[in-house]
Each structure stands twice: as C-alpha cells, then as structure tokens.
Design a protein around this ligand. Structure first.
Ligand SMILES: [Fe+2]
Length: 351
C-alpha cells in the first residue's frame, strides 16, 4: 500500500505548479542547513594577494583573429589563449597542495575512464582557495588579458576543479619506450572538445621533472594547425577561451600531473553564457551541484531581464531590435537551463 507521503510525492509532478505554490505557502518552511560536506573550515594561512599572487601577466597572447576565427561574428572578445605564465609563487602552490591533502577524502571523485581522479568542491571548503580565486587583483589581471571584465564562475563547483593525472609509464617502461624509439603515444587523455563555460584558467600544481614528456594542452586554429601549451613549472597558468577554441589534453607519459581549473564568466550580462551539467554531474555531489546550477542560471537570467527593463527601447531606432534579440536570447537561456536539467534527470532520480 502506498503511504500518504509517497502518494503525495507521486502526484507532485502531475499537479499544476499553482497547486505546489499553495502547498508551500501552507507548509512550515525551514531553510535547509548547509550539508556537512560543503561546510568551510578556516585554513591555517590567510590568503594575502600581495604575497600569494604574481601579477606580471603573460608574455604572449594568441588572439582569435590570429587563430583565423571571427570574434565579431561569434559575439565574443578577440582573445584565444595565453602562453603559460607564472600566476602563483612557489609558496602559494605549496599552501594549495596542503589544502588538497587536507580535503582529499571529502572531495575526490573517480569516474574512469574520462576522469580517473578529480577533486571537486574545494572552493566550498578551503577559505584560502576561495579567497584566492575571488581576489580582485587576480580578476583585473585576467580581465585585462581577455579585454572585457570577467569574474570567477558564480558556481563554486566550477572553481578549483583538480585533475590528477598519474604518469602513463613507469620509469622502466619509459626507458624501454625510448630505447625502442617507439612513437610516443599521442592519444589525448581527454579528446578534442570545447567547454560549456566561457573561459578557463588552468594552473599547474606539480613540478614536471627534467625531460618531462607529454602533458601539453593542444589548442586548434581554424585551419587545423595545433599550438601546444606546456607548463614549465608548478605555479604557471594559462587562460583559454575554451568555449570557442577546440582543445585536448595529452597524457603525461613519465610524470604525475596535477592541475587546477577555474572557470570564468563575463561580468556583463549582455554576453551569452551556456554552462551545463553534462560532465560536472558525473563527478560532483548531485543535489548540491544541481541546486547551485539552478540558482546560478536564475541569477544570470534575472540580470539579463533587469538589463532589458533598464535599457527598454532606449532612444535609438534599433531599440525594438535590441529588445527582440535580448528576449530571444533569454528564451534560449530558459530552454538551455531546462534541457541541461532534463539531460541529467536520470542520474538525479537514481536512488
Ligand atoms: Fe576543456
């Protein structure tokens, strides 16, 4: 026999939303407490931008135009990727690594073969890591590189994602590979793709040994030519417009490679943004991630609606066109949000 509670849950999805609204008005609401798994514990060391950041910036930047892409047609800034540059001094890297060790048990997810070992949710736990990515000095450096104001992704799960890539060959296997002069394995660990988040800042957290082989990120120009981004040392980062430039991660053949990936979004809501849950759901606490996603998408669409309300038709003759375009985008934002949720529905509803 079905209990009253179960039957009410069963009926929930068949009832109109207005009925649910009535239920909630009658229910005695209590805001849920932050799940223990997401609570923050103070770090031993406070983040200090004057000590823990290197703000010299990159020596070389690849624009989209240089890659043969039309940024105007894509409605994105003319920025492709930087060459790796030092963003964090050695001391910062060692603090970050000790934070990773501290939270390893609670944040490690294994989802082979595409993500054998990742860590997620560190920006929820470590105030050092949270403060580092929220530092205004870091944001203004990265914004000046891209050419528009950008900010860390509002979903904290999209900050400080850690990829741990074990070395592919042991030292003796590697010696044999080199002795036989076999062709080095060029199969990516993560194949060619573009990201759903607009920009990513990728930071190396492990020092590659002398004679390191592999571990580059390959980025592709529109003519198919490949540029290889290789980290010379821990503390180096590169910034990439990963939603536009196809890229692939190559295996580290003779060393362990640990990287930290933080996504960034444009601050101006006129820029469109298409974050989804497709990959993240496979290696994050599902409910917390989805809640964060829904809240983020609501905030993002609210900002766009406020912009529409504020700008209105304006005084220009193309005011109607502006309203139409923005409304079209907001409708597609809504559809994108719904479709993203629908695609992960099965995963979410599994017991
Ligand atoms: Fe990517």
């Amino acid at each position: 026999m079905t209990s009253r509670l179960t039957s009410s849950l069963l009926n929930r999805t068949r009832r109109p939303l207005s009925a649910l609204a009535l239920d909630s008005a009658q229910a005695q609401f209590q805001l849920p407490a932050m799940p223990a798994s997401l609570s923050m514990r103070p770090s031993k060391q406070r983040f200090d931008p004057s000590q823990h950041l290197t703000l010299d910036g990159p020596k070389s930047i690849h624009t989209l135009s240089a890659f043969g892409m039309d940024s105007k047609a894509l409605n994105v800034p003319d920025f492709g990727a930087t060459e790796p540059f030092r963003l964090f001094p050695k001391e910062t890297v060692s603090i970050i690594n000790s934070e990773l060790e501290k939270y390893a048990m609670e944040t490690t997810y294994r989802s082979p073969p595409f993500a054998p070992c990742v860590m997620r949710g560190l920006a929820h736990k470590s105030d050092f890591i949270r403060d580092l990515w929220e530092a205004p000095q870091l944001q203004s450096l990265l914004s000046s590189i891209v050419g528009i104001p950008i900010e860390p992704h509002p979903m904290a799960f999209e900050r400080a994602h850690i990829n741990v890539q074990e070395q592919k060959y042991s030292d003796s296997e590697m010696a044999q590979v080199l002795e036989r002069q076999e062709a080095v394995d060029e199969q990516p660990v993560f194949g060619w793709h573009t990201d759903s988040q607009p920009f990513v800042c990728i930071t190396m957290l492990s020092d590659p040994p002398e004679g390191a082989i592999g571990g580059e990120t390959h980025v592709q120009k529109s003519n198919g030519e490949v540029v290889k981004l290789q980290f010379p040392a821990a503390g180096y980062s590169y910034l990439l417009q990963g939603s536009v430039i196809p890229h692939a991660a190559m295996p580290a053949l003779n060393y362990k490679r640990v990287t930290m990936i933080t996504s960034f979004v444009p601050s101006n809501p006129l820029f469109s943004e298409q974050t989804d849950l497709d990959l993240a759901i496979k290696y994050s606490p599902k409910k917390e991630l989805t809640d964060e996603f829904v809240k983020y998408r609501c905030d993002y669409m609210s900002k766009r609606l406020k912009l529409l309300k504020r700008e209105g038709l304006g005084s220009t003759s193309d005011g109607v066109e502006f309203c139409e375009k923005l409304l079209d985008e907001i409708m597609s934002d809504l559809k994108h949000t719904k479709d993203s949720l629908s695609r992960v529905k099965d995963v979410l509803t599994k017991p």
